[in-house]
Design a protein around this ligand. Structure first.
Ligand code: C5P
Length: 213
């Protein structure tokens, strides 16, 4: 079983993906972490994340096992991630690692922006997780404040809106709900309620699969 979970930043897709992976005993890949790690690697060398040569070199050198889970969560790494992610050569350099992860015979859960549309178009179940810009800003603000980052609601809201626009409008693999993805709006849902709603979608989809095969 491959579960594809896409959606904008801080929509709850990571929480839903982690919850489903736990529930079904599947491995999970947070593909945003790959783009964040590439963006951060460019920043660490003093480079510009929009510079194609620097970004593709960082993408090709990326070691999934060596990603610093703490440092990639900064708002600066998030912004850099959305810049490197707009470059087709960077996306191409990261495709194989994502598909190899999804090819595990035991199945997998992958979350990102283009899992259901580009990386795993034949996924067993696809979810598109969303929430209002205000709710997403509030959630991300709590995370960043917990890490000690000093950023205001309005600055973060503008930053997230800018990232959304970049993700939605890029020419290669823009953020889109796949035609066969199930929409899950988590604006008014708790973590538990969001995972439970996702579980119901997965189970309904699997029983339809079972009935049609
Ligand atoms: O999900 P997260 O906010 O960590 O992703 C960071 C950035 O990585 C996104 O804004 C997006 O530009 C990029 N991304 C992407 N495709 C994916 C996952 C993330 O373009 N599959």
């Amino acid at each position: 079983m491959i579960i594809a979970v896409d959606g904008p930043t801080a929509s709850g897709k990571g929480t839903v993906a982690a919850g489903l992976a736990k529930l079904y005993g599947l491995k999970r890949l947070d593909t945003g972490a790959l783009y964040r790690a590439v963006g951060l690697a460019v920043l660490d060398t003093g480079g510009d994340p929009g510079d194609e040569a620097a970004a593709v070199a960082a993408a090709r050198a990326l070691d999934l096992a060596a990603i610093d889970e703490t440092r990639i969560r900064s708002s600066a790494a998030g912004v850099a991630a959305s810049q490197v992610a707009a470059l087709s050569v960077v996306r191409a350099a990261l495709v194989d690692a994502q598909r190899a992860f999804a090819a595990d015979p035991a199945g997998a859960v992958l979350d990102g922006r283009d899992i259901g549309t580009v990386i795993c178009p034949d996924a067993t179940v696809k979810l598109f997780v969303t929430a209002s810009l205000e709710a997403r800003t509030e959630r991300r603000l709590k995370e960043l404040h917990a890490r000690g980052e000093d950023i205001s609601f309005d600055t973060l809201k503008a930053q997230i809106a800018e990232r959304d626009a970049r993700d939605l409008n890029r020419s290669d693999a823009p953020l889109r709900q796949a035609a066969d993805a199930h929409l899950l709006d988590t604006t008014d849902l708790s973590i538990e309620a969001a995972v439970e709603a996702a579980r119901r979608i997965v189970e309904a989809a699997c029983s339809r699969h079972g009935a049609s095969s």
